[in-house]
Design a protein around this ligand. Structure first.
Ligand code: DOR
Ligand code: ZN
Length: 353
């Protein structure tokens, strides 16, 4: 499919994008954040790491009802995922996939990140689930970091590739895998040389800043997320992958809202809340790379292609205009600091075409 975006433009009309990785949370937080995603994206893969993780078809069905009730926009479809645990029931996964409740399963190594304490302690514990998923064509979404505290935090993705990813692709050669929110050149290279059943999502923030930025002028907890941003050479590798036109790399924001108190704390939570200006951020990055004509493939075509879905038929409009990102957004009785807080972006989402 050819991109319809011209190389130098002031107005982009493109197929409506999808977000292949987002944290929507629940309750009041859900109702306050879901609109940011729904106004841009036609569909979104909803992460299952709630305080009570989404491990069953019934929990996913109920959560989907709560998301649909919270969203006022028309034509937004939440795609649900199943949180894998050591005791996951492969029959439940198959039933959820075949009844159109589960789109994919999420592998969190136990204690790798927020609400992952119920995650998988040993990849061998989910063999039967992976066998079923391979057979039925259900994607595995991977948080690719080892959790061994002896491994330096900046090396955990690369070590995960060596220790776990390589084993999974040997043992399950036909399994569809999305290496989520990749942060390293090693991950880019791994995905590139693997089969067409292996793809990756790339966040807006990992395209914008490197690890030094987190500490520039003092520690900035709002840039802390997991996997943590790496060296500049890794950021540049991610940018090259995103604009490469390879269908293996597509959009997944990993938008992960936490209140200001939970970020600016002695034990601050991991997560960047980038949903409010996600498309503006990606457009700015692609423009900086002289690759606006590659944005539609990355944002709107390669994701559905990988998941075996049709691209959206609706269109969105992005206009060249200054967008001033607020320093913080009022949410519930508190605030959340969005990605690009206080900055001015060069694009504005004008709405649906
Ligand atoms: O930074 C992150 N935040 N990384 C994750 O893997 C989880 C997420 C969250 O749920 O807050
Ligand atoms: Zn995530």
């Amino acid at each position: 499919m050819k991109s319809t975006i011209k190389k130098t433009v002031d107005r982009i009309v493109m197929r409506r994008p999808d977000d292949w990785h987002v944290h929507m949370r629940d309750g009041d937080m859900l109702s306050r954040v879901v609109g940011y995603t729904a106004k841009q994206f036609g569909r979104a893969i909803i992460m299952p790491n709630l305080a009570v993780p989404i491990t069953t078809v019934a929990l996913a069905r109920d959560y989907r009802i709560r998301i649909n009730a919270a969203v006022s926009e028309q034509n937004f479809t939440p795609l649900m995922t199943c949180y894998l645990t050591d005791t996951v029931d492969a029959g439940e996964i198959e039933q959820g996939f075949k009844s159109d409740v589960f789109t994919a399963c999420k592998l969190y190594p136990a204690n790798a990140t927020t609400n992952s304490s119920h995650g998988v302690t040993d990849i061998n514990n989910i063999t039967s689930a992976l066998e079923v998923m391979q057979r039925i064509g259900m994607p595995l979404l991977v948080h690719g970091e080892v959790t061994d505290s002896d491994v330096d935090i900046f090396d955990r993705e690369a070590v995960f590739i060596d220790q776990i990813m390589t084993k999974i692709i040997v043992d399950f050669p036909a399994l569809k895998i999305v290496f989520e929110h990749i942060t390293t050149k090693e991950a880019v290279d791994f995905v590139k040389v693997s089969g067409s059943n292996i793809a990756a999502t790339i966040t807006p923030h990992h395209l914008v800043y490197n690890r030094s930025a987190i500490f520039k002028g003092g520690i900035n907890p709002h840039l802390y997320c997991l996997p943590i941003a790496k060296r500049e050479r890794h950021r540049l590798a991610l940018r090259r992958a995103a604009i490469s036109g390879s269908p293996k790399f597509f959009l997944g924001t990993d938008s992960a809202p936490h209140t200001i108190e939970n970020k600016q704390s002695a034990c601050g939570c991991a997560g960047v809340f980038n949903a409010p200006y996600a498309m503006e951020s990606y457009a700015q990055t692609f423009e900086e790379e002289n690759a606006l004509h590659k944005l539609e493939g990355f944002a709107s075509q390669f994701g559905p292609q990988f998941y075996g879905l049709e691209p959206n038929t609706q269109k969105i409009v992005l206009e060249r205009a200054n967008t001033v990102v607020p320093a913080m957004l009022d949410i519930m009785d508190t605030q959340i600091v969005p990605f690009h807080a206080g900055e001015t972006l060069g694009w504005k989402l004008a709405g649906l075409a």
